[in-house]
Write a protein that binds this ligand. Structure first.
Ligand SMILES: *Cc1c(COP(=O)(O)O)cnc(C)c1O
Length: 367
């Protein structure tokens, strides 16, 4: 069954603009003054659909390097971009070796054990690999002790084809945080031991920290999808990439004192019109938006009132002329990821990756 089998406007829609993702990728390269740029497309391309996003970036933007979190994502990605470099961030585990070999996938090696395991594979069955050095996030990567050991272990290093050395910033969303300069300094020291091997430090926030952080390969995720990684104005060249549009199911008129939704948490203090919209927490519009979210219709921002239900939200439409069946923007040009994150205290990453499966998905790309 295809979506054409259903009447239009029976479902809320999620429209994803692949051209804007391509443009955001190109903007990252401009911000990096021409530095090579990968695409971080773990978690189904941040919820936007890896099957559409990866080929668009490969064919439309010339992106040839992709990172995913786990091996399953990589194996699913391989046929979508047969020529691309694919890295798996989560590392290498016994039993996975033949899958990396067979699908020509590159592991990001996160400790000495993984490095030795990879070195044990016969060279003809062994794609290149990345080495991840932990410079302070204490999550993945070689510890400082392991780093020191690896740097001096020439025989181990010589066995491998290392295509990338990398580290990951823990506080790139906060330009003033001293962690940034400390991690930069430590990563620079490490790169000194690997002359000629490309190095990578900057996620989206790191790209905005400036050229010192760019090295040889940028690793944006959030910027590709129109999010703002830092508490600074977003570069104007970064565009929103998705729009969520719901429809009004019913409108009712309330008198002062009447309550809206589960728990009766919102009470009218004057006569008002409340519209019920066909999107709820099952679609990823979480209860963090209870009584604080904003939607947009008829050139007006409208407040979410009451609790978010599984399949519905309720919105105060008293100030506008609007009818059942009319469209309401939950995200898009007027309600940005950044605004929604701020009112809900959700992160932009959580809002993106939480986008539900029930929407009718529309992918836009001019050809
Ligand atoms: C997810 C991830 C990125 C991308 O981060 P953004 O903040 O979305 O740009 C970069 N590097 C690593 C190691 C990651 O896990």
């Amino acid at each position: 069954m295809t979506t054409e089998d259903f009447p239009s406007a029976s479902q809320a829609t999620l429209t994803i603009d692949l051209d804007n993702i391509i443009d955001n990728y190109k903007s990252c390269i401009k911000l990096g003054r021409g530095v090579d740029c990968a695409a971080m497309i773990k978690a189904d391309a941040y919820g936007m659909g890896i099957a559409q996003v990866a080929p668009a970036l490969f064919h439309g933007a010339g992106c040839t390097t992709f990172f995913v979190a786990n091996l399953q994502e990589a194996i699913e990605l391989r046929p979508l971009v047969p020529e691309a470099n694919i890295y798996v961030l989560n590392g290498l585990f016994p039993g996975h070796l033949e899958y990396f070999s067979r699908h020509n996938i590159r592991p990001v090696l996160n400790d000495l054990e993984q490095i030795r395991l990879w070195a044990s594979v016969t060279p003809e069955n062994r794609p290149a690999c990345a080495i991840h050095f932990d410079t302070g996030i204490n999550r993945l990567g070689l510890t400082p002790e392991e780093t020191a050991q690896f740097i001096t272990d020439d025989s181990l290093r010589e066995k491998l084809h290392i295509s990338l050395i990398m580290s990951h910033l823990s506080c790139s969303d906060d330009p003033e945080n001293p962690m940034n300069t400390q991690q930069l300094r430590d990563f620079k020291t490490i790169t000194g031991y690997f002359p000629g091997i490309p190095a990578s430090l900057a996620n989206s926030g790191g790209i905005l920290l400036g050229p010192d952080y760019h090295f040889d390969l940028l690793r944006p995720g959030l910027l590709l999808f129109g999010g703002n990684p830092a508490a600074l104005p977003l570069p104007e060249t970064i565009k929103p990439v998705f729009q969520i549009t719901g429809q009004i199911l019913q409108i009712r008129t309330l008198t002062p004192g009447q309550a809206v939704g589960y728990g009766a948490t919102w009470i009218a203090d004057k006569p008002c019109h409340i519209a019920t919209i066909n999107i709820g927490y099952a679609d990823g519009y979480l209860q963090k938006f209870n009584n604080c979210g904003w939607v947009y219709a008829k050139a007006t921002k409208l407040p979410v009132v009451g609790r978010v239900s599984m399949d519905m939200i309720t919105v105060d439409v008293t100030d506008i002329e609007i009818n059942a069946g009319d469209d309401i923007e939950l995200f898009g040009e007027h309600i940005t990821l950044e605004m929604a994150a701020e009112v809900s205290t959700l992160s932009q990453y959580e809002i993106l990756t939480g986008v539900g499966a029930r929407y009718q998905r529309i992918y836009k790309m001019k050809n």
